[in-house]
Design a protein around this ligand. Structure first.
Ligand SMILES: Cc1cc2nc3c(=O)[nH]c(=O)nc-3n(C[C@H](O)[C@H](O)[C@H](O)COP(=O)(O)O)c2cc1C
Length: 118
């Protein structure tokens, strides 16, 4: 089965999990790269606001065509009880090309239930 791990990571946690999965499955990997600056306290606040309001962002071009994979494993950090804005944007722009999809998320707390909110 041809598999692609796709992830967004602001501070490295989701990247580490994505790379573990990639190593275990020996598959391709794609990092979602946001053009919006999200570092520092202001970036944190903007990110929380963007996620909870369901905003989209502008991503850098992707390098792997999701249509050529049997399975996509998409990873996101939890932002304000929602999927992160860059991961939401990736899904929004590419979902018609998905075959099977699995998701994972990382979070600072225990409340993962809302990650499915888009
Ligand atoms: C804007 C923002 C909002 C967050 N909101 C939540 C939250 O609602 N619940 C939670 O458990 N963690 C929350 N976190 C913590 C991140 O989900 C957690 O640290 C995650 O592992 C970060 O992943 P990354 O290092 O790949 O960016 C938030 C982090 C950010 C930056």
């Amino acid at each position: 089965m041809k598999t692609l791990v796709v992830f967004y990571s602001r501070t490295g946690n989701t990247r580490r999990v994505a790379e573990e999965i990639q190593n275990s499955l020996d598959c391709d990997i794609e990092e979602i790269i946001d053009t919006k600056k999200r570092s520092g306290p202001l970036g944190y606040m903007k990110s929380g606001r963007d996620a909870s309001s369901g905003k989209l962002t502008v991503l850098k071009d992707i390098t792997h065509d999701p249509a050529s994979y049997d399975l996509l494993i998409i990873g996101t950090p939890l932002w304000a009880w929602h999927v992160s804005t860059p991961a939401r944007t990736y899904i929004h722009q590419n979902h018609t090309k998905f075959s099977k999809v699995a998701f994972f998320c990382t979070a600072g707390g225990k409340s993962f239930g809302g990650t499915s909110r888009t």
